[in-house]
Structures are given as structure tokens and as C-alpha cells.
Design a binder for this molecule. Structure first.
Ligand SMILES: C[S@@+](CC[C@H](N)C(=O)[O-])C[C@H]1O[C@@H](n2cnc3c(N)ncnc32)[C@H](O)[C@@H]1O
Length: 284
């Protein structure tokens, strides 16, 4: 037991900030927005949480993003502290903030801007057309996509090695801690596997794809979103990528045994660092 951990959490504001960071990785300004305190106060609390090993900081472009961390040997305490729901005001403020984060700005949509249109609204419309499938979402990240899927699916299984990412998901989603290298999925367990921006984190993507094939029922589909080849080597140490994009995702799917494989470029980001996104789809 470390006294500094308890001393740090003994302050109600720090406890509140810690609970927020256990749900979502946030920049200082975002924490400020939820807790309604000034920048220097929030920065001070974040520094103390970091010093006690209760938060991590990650540089993301112009921002530093903070997430809750569990100090070694305090797993039980971490679970206890994150088991309670957030106070209602904080939960609503966080929800609003996340909504604003994902809503495209007029600038972001460029000449395509239309009042009232957002990528989430478009995604929800398209997802509403899916039959009620059993879906595995592998590598959930913020969980935004996973949560959207839950609305119309028969069952959603979220898989990630990061327990905190899984903990953020709504309760209707089944969470499985596991790795892409050793997927915790049974044979023929799902009708659709989604891997969005996670396959580049494994050294041997074909092995992961083969396991996905096993996990699919006959006729089931896989959809992989990933990056086209790029030269941003910083993604290796900053984001844990093992591949700087994929030259031919479709070939990897075929090698793993998928049929009816097709791929296309679905997004070209014109702003630096200007990644290109590729979608590859295949059938068992
Ligand atoms: C960039 S996020 C994916 C975001 C999400 N799928 C989306 O498109 O919004 C990558 C996720 O994959 C997880 N991840 C990375 N490598 C992994 C591995 N080898 N096994 C399990 N999960 C992994 C990370 O914890 C993270 O949640």
C-alpha cells in the first residue's frame, strides 16, 4: 500500500478527475470543461495524479491527453474506484464533450458541408440497414464505433487488450479482454468481424485474419479499415503500430482464406499528417 496514492485520491476534485480519466482519455481543456475549474487548478491536479502513478500523459499533436492508470499493486483499488457510475452532471458533460469531439466541423467537411449532417448520423442511418448480426469488434479504442453497432446488432462482442477501453462501453456489449494475436473468439461464433485501425498493431496480420475466419459462421464477413502505406515512423513508438500501413490488405485477406475480397480507398486526409484509409472486405 502506498500512502501517496491514498493522499492523492483523498481530494474530492482529484478523485472526480481520476474517475473521468478512467472513462476517457482527455486533454486539460476537456477536463476543465467537465469539472468547471480553471486551467492551472486542473493542471495541478493532473500533475499530482501523474506523480502518484494514477494518470498517464500522451502527446497528441498540439494536445497532451491524460488517462487514468493503475499504480502497481493497486488493481483492486482501481476497480473499486471505477466501478461506481460518474456523478450525473459529470456523465452528461462528458457525453456532450465526446459528441462535440466527433461532430464534424464545417471546416472539416469542406465544400461538402450541409447543415445537420454528421458522420455519426450517416453511420447510424447505414447501420440501421444491417440485419441483426452477431458482431465482433476487435480493437475498440474510444468505443465510439462499438457503441454505434450495439443499436441494431443481435449481439456485439468487444475485444481489446486494454481493460479501460472495454470498461467505457455500454453494458449491452459483451467485453472480452484479449489480444489480436490470440483472439478470444470461438469457432463460428459471429457473422461479422470488424477491425478498424488495429491490424497494423500486430506483427503477423495474416495469423489474426485466419483466426477471424475461424470465428466467422459460413458466409460471414470481415471488414478491415487500415492505413495505406505511409512514412510516419513516429506511429511505431507513439501509437505502437508495427506496420506503416499496408500495401495490399486484400492480398492479406486472400492469404488468410477469405473469398469475394475487395478493397478501396475510403478516405484521403488532406491535412498533415495526411493518412489514407483503406477498407478491405472479405467473406468466409
Ligand atoms: C486506434 S484504436 C482502434 C479504434 C477503433 N477501432 C476505431 O476505429 O475507432 C486501436 C485499439 O486496438 C487495441 N489494440 C492494439 N493492439 C492490440 C493487440 N495486439 N491486441 C488487442 N488489442 C490491441 C488498442 O488497445 C486500441 O484500443
Amino acid at each position: 500500500m502506498r500512502a501517496d496514492v491514498f493522499r492523492t485520491l483523498g481530494d474530492p476534485t482529484r478523485l472526480r478527475i481520476f474517475a473521468l480519466l478512467a472513462r476517457e482519455e482527455l486533454a486539460v481543456g476537456e477536463v476543465q470543461e467537465v469539472v468547471g475549474l480553471g486551467q492551472s487548478t486542473v493542471s495541478g491536479h493532473l500533475a499530482q495524479l501523474r506523480a502518484a502513478g494514477l494518470a498517464t500523459a500522451r502527446r497528441d499533436g498540439a494536445h497532451t491527453r491524460y488517462a487514468a492508470a493503475r499504480p502497481e499493486g493497486h488493481d483492486a483499488l482501481f476497480h473499486l474506484l471505477t466501478a461506481d457510475p460518474l456523478p450525473e452532471g459529470d456523465a452528461l458533460a462528458l457525453q456532450r464533450l465526446l459528441g462535440e469531439r466527433t461532430a464534424p466541423t464545417p471546416e472539416g467537411l469542406g465544400s461538402d458541408y450541409l447543415p445537420g449532417r454528421s458522420w455519426e448520423a450517416l453511420a447510424r442511418m447505414l447501420l440501421s440497414l444491417l440485419p441483426p448480426l452477431r458482431i465482433a469488434d476487435v480493437g475498440v479504442g474510444t468505443g465510439h464505433l462499438t457503441s454505434l453497432l450495439a443499436a441494431g446488432a443481435r449481439h456485439v462482442i468487444a475485444i481489446d487488450r486494454d481493460a479501460a477501453a472495454l470498461a467505457r462501453l455500454p453494458p449491452s456489449i459483451e467485453r472480452r479482454i484479449g489480444t489480436l494475436e490470440d483472439l478470444p473468439l470461438g469457432e463460428r461464433e459471429v457473422d461479422l468481424v470488424l477491425i478498424s485501425q488495429a491490424l497494423h498493431c500486430v506483427a503477423e496480420p495474416v495469423l489474426t485474419l485466419r483466426k477471424c475466419l475461424d470465428a466467422l459462421a459460413g458466409g460471414g464477413q470481415i471488414a478491415v479499415l487500415d492505413l495505406a502505406p505511409h512514412a510516419h515512423a513516429w506511429v511505431r513508438h507513439r501509437l505502437g503500430h508495427k506496420h506503416l500501413g499496408f500495401a495490399d490488405l486484400a492480398a492479406l485477406l486472400r492469404e488468410a482464406g477469405f473469398h469475394d475480397v475487395r478493397q478501396e480507398i475510403v478516405h484521403v486526409d488532406r491535412r498533415a499528417p495526411a493518412f489514407t484509409t483503406v477498407l478491405a472486405v472479405g467473406r468466409k
